[in-house]
Design a protein around this ligand. Structure first.
Ligand SMILES: *[C@@H]1O[C@H](CO)[C@@H](O)[C@H](O)[C@H]1NC(C)=O
Ligand SMILES: *[C@@H]1O[C@H](CO)[C@@H](O)[C@H](O)[C@H]1NC(C)=O
Ligand SMILES: *[C@@H]1O[C@H](CO)[C@@H](O)[C@H](O)[C@H]1NC(C)=O
Ligand SMILES: *[C@@H]1O[C@H](CO)[C@@H](O)[C@H](O)[C@H]1NC(C)=O
Ligand SMILES: *[C@@H]1O[C@H](CO)[C@@H](O)[C@H](O)[C@H]1NC(C)=O
Ligand SMILES: *[C@@H]1O[C@H](CO)[C@@H](O)[C@H](O)[C@H]1NC(C)=O
Ligand SMILES: *[C@@H]1O[C@H](CO)[C@@H](O)[C@H](O)[C@H]1NC(C)=O
Length: 521
């Protein structure tokens, strides 16, 4: 029975454990380790195949899969691909003890440089190999690993006639969507125009933001411990994680509430851009009617379509039942003439895939977020101002921009509160809101200064104008925000204080400061 090799196998893990422990101890170097030294040590605490260096194909493939063309060009000293929470724990311990800077990438959809990748002075933890999924608690909960995309999650849930409050674009990744910083793998970079939807679920009007539907986080804390945070255990951390970004630890599993769902009415509606004012008027009424029926969501995207050299309105739409134009929510929509529509009774996967195909990655990009009281004139004025600002650049190759409007109604805010609340600081008094996403795309690095400058110009004009008109709302939605935007401050001083106290409790020595990217407290 006990052959020599079986004995060797049996003691192997013990011997490995001892050397792993010594590698995980603090190095004697007072300045900490160089990024190369960090990577060399990482090979000792993981399987060496999990540490990828710049000369490997796998490293290049991971780099190429970032949504942002600029992030794809950052070259970390190495990329590590943990396969479970224990691997993540070892990497975090090694990094925090030795002052190794790192970034974390779940799906890589975040738009700004350094949000989920890092340069040669650090390494990147790529969660793409963490793809477990299972139903728990009599199918009331689905446990999802952060390397999955929503397409995988919906594909798993559909046969059970279940759904959860995940992304509307199926290629978006789980980790960033729920923590701030949507994540997505690229399908193609060749579409004629580039449009974005995401962050808010088709279930959100009834059940709140995606993060309001997480019932438990499994998280690796600064000291490497793997713990749960939920309503009854570490409820302070549970609350903070709903807007946590990169401040508290690396989430290795999200347990989310499930909801029954079979057929829906969904697809896309396309309109002539000159109908913008009519459509925004319609959206104000639609947002009010969401209080009567929260089962539908439409989000018009007014985008420059380079192929046609004109703007176009693309409106992804879904109603969570097998009924076309349900009244009263959709009253009046049929009076607005479409150019084309793909509305049909189908399943949700088919709609989220369609949206994903309309929003490829690979460009250099800038996004920003803005919220204001539901209002028909301001969106159209932002479009006109944006056209004035971007028009001089629109003849350049691969250059476009889009204005996406999404309703957040009082019912959605109340739903979030009912599910335990989050740090966003929204309340009934905010009333019905429009959430704006501006997204700008180009591919030539020589255009960076122009395009980033133009984006800042539109951000300033839109914010100032919303304030002048008494429509401004302080909420900045993290998933769409630019790194220059004060996202956490927008949650309000009380919530920021509370988040900081949670941070002090779970990372008293600030060990996680070596984690770069995201929005920091
Ligand atoms: C640190 O220094 C001590 C004493 O000089 C030595 O025993 C130990 O092996 C060193 N540790 C590392 C990780 O280099
Ligand atoms: C940690 O590394 C940073 C550079 O990433 C450096 O500025 C800092 O001084 C280092 N801190 C310590 C305690 O070694
Ligand atoms: C299991 O699901 C039920 C019904 O949603 C819920 O009330 C209960 O809290 C859940 N239990 C756990 C441990 O998640
Ligand atoms: C909350 O965390 C505790 C402690 O880890 C765990 O026993 C419990 O099952 C968790 N609750 C949920 C709903 O996951
Ligand atoms: C949109 O309407 C304008 C004005 O009626 C017209 O000139 C233009 O061709 C239309 N565009 C499309 C794509 O139908
Ligand atoms: C969803 O609908 C698409 C298109 O009709 C179909 O190909 C796919 O099999 C359906 N998926 C499920 C899980 O029913
Ligand atoms: C436009 O985009 C395509 C596809 O990404 C790329 O091959 C081409 O080089 C880009 N053109 C310029 C001028 O950047």
């Amino acid at each position: 029975m006990h052959t020599p090799s079986a004995i060797l196998l049996a003691i192997g893990p013990l011997a490995l454990a001892a050397s792993v422990e010594s590698l995980l101890s603090r190095s004697n170097a007072t300045e900490g380790l160089s990024a190369e030294q960090c990577c060399t040590r990482l090979k000792g605490v993981l399987d060496s195949s999990q540490v990828l260096f710049p000369d490997s194909e796998e490293y290049d493939a991971q780099e190429a899969s970032y949504y942002s063309g600029e992030q794809a060009l950052q070259r970390p000293a190495c990329r590590v691909t943990p396969s479970n929470a224990e691997d993540v724990s070892r990497v975090v311990r090694l990094a925090t003890l030795n002052n190794c800077s790192f970034a974390v990438r779940s799906g890589g959809h975040m738009n700004w440089v350094g949000s989920s990748n890092i340069g040669e002075d650090g390494f990147t933890i790529d969660l793409e190999d963490m793809k477990q999924i299972e139903l728990l608690n009599n199918s009331n909960t689905v446990a999802i690993s952060p390397g999955l995309r929503w397409a995988d999650v919906y594909g798993f849930l559909s046969p059970h006639n279940l759904h959860t409050a995940g992304g509307r674009s199926s290629g978006v990744g789980v980790g960033g969507f729920l923590l701030g910083g949507m994540c997505k793998k690229i399908k193609s970079v060749s579409a004629t125009y580039k449009l974005i939807v995401g962050g808010i679920s088709f279930l959100s009007l009834e059940f709140g933001f995606g993060s309001d539907n997480v019932v438990n986080y499994e998280i690796v804390l600064a000291d490497g411990s793997i713990v749960n945070a939920n309503e009854s255990e570490r409820s302070d951390l549970y609350w903070a994680l709903k807007g946590g970004s990169t401040n508290y630890g690396i989430v290795t599993r999200f347990d989310m509430a499930t909801f029954p769902l079979t057929e829906i009415w969904g697809g896309s509606l396309f309109y002539n851009a000159t109908l913008g004012p009519t459509f925004y008027e319609y959206l104000v009424g639609f947002t009010q009617r969401l209080s009567v029926d929260p089962h539908g969501l439409l989000a018009p995207i007014l985008a420059w379509n380079a192929a046609e050299k004109d703007y176009l309105i693309w409106t992804p739409n879904a109603y969570l039942g097998p009924e076309a134009f349900p009244s009263p929510l959709y009253d009046g929509l049929q009076d607005i003439p479409t150019i084309r529509d793909t509305m049909r009774i189908t399943n949700l996967t088919s709609v989220t895939d369609e949206i994903d195909n309309g929003s490829p990655g690979g460009s250099r990009t800038q996004w920003f977020a803005l919220a204001f009281k539901a209002n028909a004139e301001l969106p159209w004025d932002i479009h006109l101002k944006g056209d004035e600002i971007f028009r001089p650049f629109l003849s350049r190759p691969n250059t476009s921009w889009a204005l996406t409007m999404q309703p957040i109604n009082v019912g959605m805010i109340a739903a979030a509160k009912n599910r335990g609340g989050n740090p966003f600081g929204l309340s009934d008094e905010d009333g019905d809101l429009f959430l704006v996403l501006i997204s700008v795309f180009w591919t030539d690095p020589g255009d960076d200064v122009d395009m980033k400058g133009a984006t800042q110009q539109l951000l300033k004009w839109s914010t100032d104008t919303a304030k002048e008109r008494g429509l401004f709302n302080r909420f900045i939605y993290m998933n769409y925000a630019l790194n220059t935007q004060p996202v956490l401050e927008s949650f309000g001083p009380e919530n920021v204080d509370r988040m900081k106290k949670v941070k002090e409790k779970y990372d008293p020595r600030g060990l996680l400061n070596v984690w770069k990217g995201g929005f920091k407290l």
